[in-house]
Write a protein that binds this ligand. Structure first.
Ligand code: F6R
Length: 369
């Protein structure tokens, strides 16, 4: 059942083109009209929503942070992302105009279940984005949007993460359609770009030799820092989490812009820094800013490892290693940039002799608070 892979984790990393494709399947027509069958909340109610709160833990919360950029951009609805276990204990402002979107692979995470229950009691409408049919969180929610990633066996989440981002984007487009925030042509364009993502993930997977080699050469590393900006920020945090969980290496993800506000003090000779670089084709100046962050850490001795878009030659001069991902739009980039980070953590942990499917101290579903 590992399809010839040495671990479930490697199999699941390779399942990702299919996980994204299956999550997109049958949810839009040729005109870009979205139909989310399980969206059992009245359109009239969804039109009156004035706030979205995304609730999740761990990797699923990083998927939520990615989705926030897209949902706010497309729907113009203020969107917060909160760790489920923090949410209930801060007297949150929730009412019948609040839409709760929970993200959970297992659908059984107790922290998220309790947060959803609490929000429902306050009158909020709740949608579960979930990978497990008939699990508790979808059963206790008003609506459900299943991710069709297939069963995820490895404890560390990979394909569920990409499927969650995909499903949350579909939800964002659906709300934008319903509320008239985007023109039909714009929605059609995003869906067309999404449809091309699975083949691009496959391309990243087919070119994994160089990142695996780097990972094996870093088996003795004690700390790795990850930098990203905009949607690359949650991707950086997810890359760091994978490395902690699987390889038991200290790792931290930072917003690149935050560097000079503190974390740059950590940089010393030889410190590996992995940087997720935005596309140079973007209209804003984020690319240039992140490139100058790479220069800043390198000037202080960092060993810079860069994930950049195909054709971006500007990063080469500042990086020890560059890994290229295919072109896509800024919002869809996380579906590609995450993949080399997963491969990196998995390969490094394997080189250290660890069981990547069953990391120490962790359980696949956390059913206690
Ligand atoms: C990380 C990981 C965990 C889960 C978290 C939430 O690789 O697997 O951080 O993402 O425990 O689990 P679900 O999505 O099942 O609610």
């Amino acid at each position: 059942e590992k399809d010839g892979f040495p671990s479930f984790m490697e199999k699941e990393i390779h399942d990702q083109p299919e996980a994204v494709a299956a999550t997109l399947l049958g949810r839009s027509d040729l005109e870009g009209k979205l139909t989310l069958d399980e969206m059992r909340i009245d359109a009239d109610v969804l039109k009156t929503i004035n706030k979205i709160i995304v609730l999740a833990c761990g990797t699923s919360a990083y998927a939520g942070q990615v989705a926030k950029y897209a949902i706010e951009h497309w729907c113009r609805i203020p969107t917060e992302v909160e760790l489920s276990h923090e949410f209930r204990y801060r007297d949150p402002i929730v009412d019948d105009k609040t839409l709760i979107v929970s993200l959970s692979q297992s659908g059984e995470t107790m922290d998220t279940l309790m947060a959803v229950r609490y929000a429902r009691e306050q009158g909020a409408k709740t949608i579960a984005i979930c990978n497990t049919n008939g699990s508790t969180i979808p059963r206790e929610s008003d609506a459900v949007l299943y991710t069709h990633a297939g069963p995820e066996i490895a404890v560390a989440s990979t394909k569920a993460f990409l499927a969650q981002i995909t499903a949350a984007y579909l939800l964002g487009l659906y709300l934008a359609q319903l509320r008239g925030n985007l023109f039909q042509g714009q929605i059609k364009d995003v869906l067309a770009d999404l449809a091309k993502v699975p083949a691009k993930i496959a391309q990243v997977l087919a070119n994994d030799g160089q990142i695996k080699e780097l990972a094996r050469s870093m088996a003795d590393t004690r700390s790795v820092l990850f930098l990203g900006r905009h949607v690359g920020f949650p991707v950086a945090m997810e890359g760091a989490l994978k490395l902690k969980e699987l390889a038991y290496i200290h790792a931290e993800g930072f917003a690149a812009g935050e560097l000079k506000h503190g974390p740059i003090a950590l940089i010393e000779e030889g410190q590996p820094v992995i940087v997720v670089v935005p596309s140079p084709r973007g209209r804003d100046s984020l690319h240039a800013k992140v490139v100058s962050n790479i220069q800043e850490v390198r000037a202080r001795g960092a060993k810079t490892i860069v994930i950049a878009e195909e054709g971006d030659e500007s990063v080469r001069a500042h990086a020890e290693h560059v890994f290229y991902i295919p072109e896509t739009t800024a919002l869809l980039a996380p579906l590609l940039t995450t993949v080399p980070l997963q491969i990196f953590a998995c390969e490094l942990a394997t080189a250290k002799g660890y069981d990547v499917d069953q990391p120490r101290n962790l359980a696949k579903s956390v059913t206690v608070e």
